[in-house]
Design a protein around this ligand. Structure first.
Ligand code: MEV
Length: 425
């Protein structure tokens, strides 16, 4: 037995599982059974999942849920969300209802440009490099003609190529900074293929290509979503006070990075859940969103709020590079179904929906934080997780939920209560 292995990728799935069991599982049979339990009986479906990544041994499920009743630009949506964290979907649903009664969400795509770069070094004269670049620029674009043909038919392609001098930051460092329009696809493969063709064509003596890769920072692929209502319809109890507290909470996240990170994390709860449910790349979106939150040198809130002319206004602006074709969006059966539930949106519409999901999540968090506190809602769901962990049956769950209504929930208190029920003491 060895915890190191050669040729693992060539093992069959069963061989991989056996090797794992022999080397890492405490209870081999139980571990194997768990892996098998999560494999799909539908062989074709399992094969599809196996081929998404390498060395697949099972599937890792995440709950798939719906937050209904969103009104975005006057159109109703039920938003699919894939997420393991309790309260996120409930928060989205409640916020959809709240703003649905106040005119719904408005969203608008501000720009859709994506970026890729060829990073290279050059130690000769800058004038010579600039002359060379101007001379070959058209050729560089022509070098991608075959790759861009289909995209151009759909109105996309390369928008421009710029030579950027970055030698002030790093010795001999230059870039070809390329701007793309990729229509309804996220365009990662398209962009990377174009960049590699450009780099190949750009090569000459003295130019040392370091790498060619898209950027997940897309500050020119921006979407804005907002809500607004008359101040008096904000919270009936004391609208002025709650609106002021809410705005202060946003302002704190605009100046205090410790708060801003948590604030934006809450936004990403909504955003990532929709991105995952639609088969998009949530790591790319998260990296780009957090970079955008730091665009003026300090990490800040992605949302903003103000009172203007008797109206409470709350909005988000962030970069989102998404696709509704290509990648897993049509290949993963649930991602495909998510697209259907969202009425087969264009990439621009999906950007709007995702931005709304982020804004809604932040609204729910700030509303709870500035009124009852966050734990009330969280702990209700957390109680269920604790009870499931303790393998409580339905009857025990009912009794304990009743017992803890309005009380502080802790792991030990729940364990004690369950013990009492089970032992009759
Ligand atoms: C928890 O996942 C997210 C929150 O912490 C967000 C926030 O504090 O704004 C509730």
């Amino acid at each position: 037995m060895s915890k190191m292995v050669k040729g693992f990728s060539r093992f069959t799935k069963e061989e991989k599982i056996s090797w794992l069991a022999d080397n890492f599982f405490q209870d081999k049979e139980k571990g194997k059974a768990t892996l098998h339990q999560y494999l799909n009986d539908d062989k074709d479906l399992q094969q599809l999942h196996d081929e998404f990544i390498e060395n697949t041994i099972s599937n890792f499920y995440v709950p798939y849920a719906i937050a209904p009743n969103f009104i975005i630009n006057g159109k109703p949506y039920a938003i699919p969300m894939a997420i393991e964290e309790s309260s996120v979907v409930a928060a989205a649903s409640l916020t959809a209802k709240f703003w649905g009664e106040r005119g719904g969400f408005k969203a608008e795509v501000l720009s859709t440009v994506k970026i890729g770069q060829v990073h290279f070094t050059y130690s000769g004269s800058k004038d010579d490099l600039e002359r060379y670049f101007s001379g070959v620029k058209d050729e560089l674009i022509r070098a991608t003609d075959e790759i861009t043909a289909n995209m151009r038919k759909r109105g996309g392609g390369i928008l421009d190529i710029e030579l950027r001098d970055r030698t002030a930051d790093l010795l001999d460092y230059y870039q070809l900074h390329v701007r793309f329009e990729t229509g309804d696809s996220m365009g990662a493969n398209f962009i990377n293929s174009c960049l590699e063709a450009i780099a190949h064509s750009f090569k000459k003596e003295g130019i040392f290509i370091v790498m060619s890769i898209l950027s997940n920072y897309v500050p020119e692929c921006l979407v804005k979503a907002e809500v607004s209502c008359k101040i008096e319809s904000f919270f009936p109890e004391d609208p002025e006070l709650y609106a002021r507290k809410f705005i202060q909470a946003v302002q704190i996240a605009e100046v205090e990075p410790f708060r801003a990170v948590t604030h934006n994390k809450g936004i990403m709860n909504g955003i990532d859940a929709v991105i995952l449910a639609t088969g998009n790349d949530f790591r790319a979106v998260a990296a780009g969103a957090h970079a955008y939150a730091s665009k003026d040198g300090r990490y800040r809130s992605l949302t903003h709020a103000k009172i203007e002319g008797g109206y409470f206004k709350f909005w988000i602006e962030l970069p989102l590079s998404l696709g509704t074709v290509g990648g897993l969006t049509r290949l993963h059966p649930l991602a495909k179904l998510s697209m259907e539930i969202l009425q087969n949106p264009t990439a621009k519409e999906l950007m709007q929906i995702v931005a709304v999901a982020g804004l809604a999540q932040n609204f729910a968090a700030l509303r709870a934080l500035t009124t009852t506190g966050i734990q009330q809602g969280h702990m209700k769901m957390h109680l269920m997780n604790i009870l499931n962990q303790m393998e409580a049956n339905l009857h025990e769950k009912e009794l304990i939920c009743k017992e803890f209504k309005g009380k502080t929930i802790s792991h030990s208190a729940v364990a004690e209560c369950l013990h009492k029920i089970r032992t009759g003491h």
